[in-house]
Design a protein. Sequence first.
Length: 421
Amino acid sequence: MEPTDHLFRRESGRMVATLTRIFGIHNLALAEDVVQDAFCRALEVWKFHGVPENPSAWLMATAKNRALDVLRRERTARTFAPELGRMLDSEWTLAPAVEELFGAPAIHDGQLRMMFSCCHPRLPEEAQVALMLHILCGFSVDEVAGAFVSSHAAIEKRISRAKKVMAGSKRLFDVSGQGDLSVRLPAVQRALYLLFNEGYHGASPESAVRAELCREAMRLTALLLDHSPAATPATRALSALMCFHAARLPARVDAAGDLRPLFEQDRSRWDVRVIAEGQRQLDLSATGPELTEYHVEAAIAWVHTAAHGVEDTNWGMIVSLYDQLMAIHPSPVVALNRAIATAQREGPQRGLEEIRKIAHSDRLASYPFYHAALGEFEFRSGRHEVARQHFLTALTFVRNPMERRFIEQRIGACKVGSPVG
């Protein structure tokens, strides 16, 4: 990725959120235009003078000056943020008000407001996540479409409809009102969870692992942790879960670019610093009576990180935790993961029995790792040809070259009768 692309990703969301707070959410398109102008100006100036020592500050200053120009030129032609009120009427109040909103505390607050605004209760989950990626993370429509394995036209329509719903709010969500915040917080947490999952094991056609999505989910979760009313036990559990999974990212893909499942990963490559932060957040999450799916999933991930290898993993505890998760948030995927853990504890035949008991297993029909799990258990039971058929079925549903190579390796093992995994 070019430095300017990385810079756009890093700064775009901060700038759009700040400008939207100034212009009003009904002028979101204007805020995005000003950000685009700032980047175009940067490309022109930096080409001749070089990248400044602090490019982020340069971009923010450019966006601020452009915002002042817009406000001065159009304050009689359009309405802006209601909270600015009469401060727009005089140069004595206009410039200081904009200067304050471009200060570090206000920029942080603006991103938080935008995040909660993206999770409007009238928007479906996929629209909330798409908005976060597009507005707060600086992803283009094509990049969002790639993350969701959808067409440019479909994502453009989804984002456009979502922006119209947001515009009806007139102003960004007020994160200072704890009552309203607590109502919308679960939707924000869910959107961040889905964003991280899309990066960690999503359906992107390019790669099975999109680390940049994981990083953006963690960055936005950190904003919640920095805001006391949003730093609830559930938010801390969500952060812990992300940390435990993110710590494994260096080992998820090997030197040849092949996907490596948990059982085969080089655990010496796991990031111990990120694991330690996950443990700290998990400890902090253990307050109050609430037990969420994030608590249980984080606990499962912690058991894996605490083990030196597959052999000394406490599979009994993991199965028990999956039982809790099924009680809190049942789904066919959770049941599949529980079946895999059961097979590790009691053998492949028991794993097959548990998979066959999964309710609504038809929802897993196009999930390649459902068929791959059946193949693994059949192989370990000595039925190599049956296993091969399951892997061939899995191959028809792979979503990217990484998954294809992974399944093809399994098919190859079936042919020669060598161990799988």
